[in-house]
Design a binder for this molecule. Structure first.
Ligand code: ARG
Length: 266
């Protein structure tokens, strides 16, 4: 709940900030229309009736099942929240809109499932990593993360957080290396690597507003996208020595939890 308020609160300065000097998610590039159709934007409606992006998510089943971060689902008025799936520009009108049917949360892993009302049958969902396998998450492997989060580099610790945020209208992507648990544990001693994995390097990262979105690879064998993680946390953004932390989907317990709930929608 507190974390979700942080996610929403992070939006407040966005309208006033000016674009960052770098073309940068952090250190990334713009995503052309249609490249990642499984991407979703979670949005809340303000008093003026405007819809505001606050978290990412991914479509994992065309019947309207979204995977996001648990900390993105602390909102208290589900009727003021919607998901837009399959649209690269937040200002566009080519996405599929879903209203919230119900939500199930797995707190340990910072993952949640959102069951949507709406028609998503023409969108190819992202495939999930096979539980119990880690071949795609060896340290150093390049993986992709996407979102509409802040593009302003934020050094962790003293001096960090002061640079403001800039929220792009068009989705961004960045390729980041998987960071070993040993190395990540030095930066984040409290992290439980049963439920988390780390990726990123100085200047290449996700940031506030990217939470809930996917960490994924393109399968060399099939060309399909395979999701390994859910954007969760980090100190600063793109900060030296502080990679991004992602909820880990290859853990058997997490994969089984998702698969069981996914089936219950049938
Ligand atoms: N918790 C953030 C959110 O709500 C995501 C932070 C990711 N940070 C990072 N340095 N990778 O959007």
């Amino acid at each position: 709940m507190a974390a979700a308020l942080v996610a929403l609160g992070g939006l407040t300065g966005a309208a006033h900030a000016s674009p960052p000097p770098q073309t940068n998610i952090i250190g990334g590039t713009e995503v052309p229309d249609g490249k990642y159709p499984f991407m979703a934007s979670l949005q809340y409606q303000d008093e003026k009736g405007n819809w505001n992006h606050f978290c990412g998510a991914s479509l994992i089943d065309a019947r309207g099942l979204l995977l996001t971060a648990a900390h993105c689902t602390g909102f208290v008025e589900p009727d003021k929240v919607r998901a837009v799936v399959g649209q690269s520009k937040l200002s566009g009108d080519d996405g599929r809109i879903g209203t919230i049917s119900h939500i199930t949360v797995k707190e340990e892993a910072d993952v949640a499932l959102i069951f949507l009302n709406g028609d998503f049958s023409d969108i190819t969902p992202i495939q999930l990593v096979t539980p119990g396998t880690d071949a795609l998450e060896r340290p150093g492997r390049p993986v992709i993360t996407t979102g509409w989060g802040s593009t302003v580099l934020d050094p962790a610790g003293p001096g960090g957080g002061g640079s403001g945020t800039y929220r792009p209208d068009r989705m961004r992507e960045v390729t980041v290396p998987i960071v070993s648990n040993d190395e990540c544990g030095v930066s984040y001693p409290g992290v439980d690597f049963k439920y988390s994995l780390c990726a990123g390097r100085h200047g290449k990262d996700s940031c506030q507003g990217d939470s809930g979105g996917p960490l994924f690879v393109k399968s060399p064998a099939t060309g399909r996208f395979i999701q390994l993680g859910v954007t969760s946390a980090g100190a600063g953004c793109g900060a030296l020595g502080y990679p991004g932390i992602y909820a880990k989907l290859s853990t058997q317990e997490v994969g089984d939890w998702i698969a069981n709930l996914g089936r219950s929608k049938a």
